[in-house]
Design a protein around this ligand. Structure first.
Ligand SMILES: C[S@@+](CC[C@H](N)C(=O)[O-])C[C@H]1O[C@@H](n2cnc3c(N)ncnc32)[C@H](O)[C@@H]1O
Length: 278
């Protein structure tokens, strides 16, 4: 018993010797699973970093924010492989300093910024892509801020989902889900007046939205109504309805603030415009 205990102490001493952190110095080496403010440090595997950035369709025009950036590997790869500008927000100042050194060594410090700060306080409203490796409950806590980002902003999360906000896609590795992908939907909740639907001068549509899905009532020329269900992918909106001949039709459009410009898929050349009722 005592022998085993002594061996364990020696092993721990050896391991901790190997893993000396030298906090605050350029020799700082983080320890896998070391504590963090809201979640520990655990780096995303290299192949998954690439898969996440590919799933988010990152290009050189993007501004990628990694929330809880650790050693900076996601922002560094976003800049190095995809040519994006990238910002990492990291609470631990030693990790943040390490991430800056890593960006320097990778030759991308002109495109990578590491902010020492709290992801719940820092501004990331300029992001076009957000990457996460946190926890489901932290993703859920971030959800209102993420949903307030510009429609079309892409979000990708290693391992953890976001509660009731269903993903728009999943990342699969060997048949297992290893990540989730969302596109911030436009906000279309409320009442809209549609013009240009053939044979109907106007249609009033009242929409109730839940993340990227919505349902609503279409009231046609104040006479009869029908129930619709639809979805959003960023600013792209679509829903099915039945026309005056009871034929199924599909409206597809683009939301831009208080207007939607679209068409009926089955009627080439049709122009349908919706205006938000204030
Ligand atoms: C699981 S690690 C992910 C690191 C990196 N994003 C990656 O995928 O390799 C989570 C990181 O979030 C940091 N963190 C925890 N709470 C934070 C907070 N409130 N604000 C900023 N960073 C935080 C931790 O220090 C840790 O480095």
């Amino acid at each position: 018993m005592h022998k085993v205990g002594a061996a364990a102490v020696v092993l721990i001493a050896l391991l901790s010797g190997c893993a000396t952190q030298h906090t605050g110095t350029e020799h700082y080496q983080p320890l896998i699973a070391q504590g963090g403010k809201d979640v520990m440090w655990m780096p995303t595997a290299n192949n998954l970093v690439t898969e996440m950035l590919e799933a988010a369709h990152v290009t050189a025009t993007d501004v990628v924010y990694d929330l809880g950036a650790g050693d900076g590997k996601i922002p560094i790869e976003a800049a190095r492989r995809f040519g994006a500008r990238a910002v990492g927000i990291e609470f631990n100042p030693d990790l943040a300093a390490l991430a800056r050194r890593n960006a320097q060594q990778a030759g991308v410090s002109d495109r990578v910024t590491i902010v020492t700060g709290d992801i719940f306080k820092e501004d990331f409203s300029h992001a076009t892509v957000v990457t996460l490796y946190l926890l489901t409950q932290l993703n859920i806590k971030l959800k209102p801020t993420l949903l307030s980002l510009k429609p079309g902003t892409r979000i990708v999360s290693n391992t953890f989902a976001m509660g009731s906000w269903e993903p728009d896609a999943t990342i699969l590795a060997e048949g297992e889900v290893s990540g989730y992908f969302w596109v911030v939907p436009a906000n279309v909740a409320g009442r809209w007046t549609f013009t240009g639907i053939p044979n109907w001068s106007t249609a009033q549509v009242k929409i109730t939205q839940k993340s990227q899905k919505f349902d609503g009532d279409v009231i046609i020329e104040q006479t009869f109504s029908q129930r619709i269900e639809g979805r959003l992918l960023g600013a792209q909106i679509s829903f099915e309805f039945h026309d005056d001949q009871n034929q199924p039709q599909t409206f597809v459009g683009i939301v831009s603030a208080n207007k939607i410009h679209g068409t009926i898929k089955q009627i080439p050349g049709s122009v349908v415009i919706a205006t938000k009722v204030p």
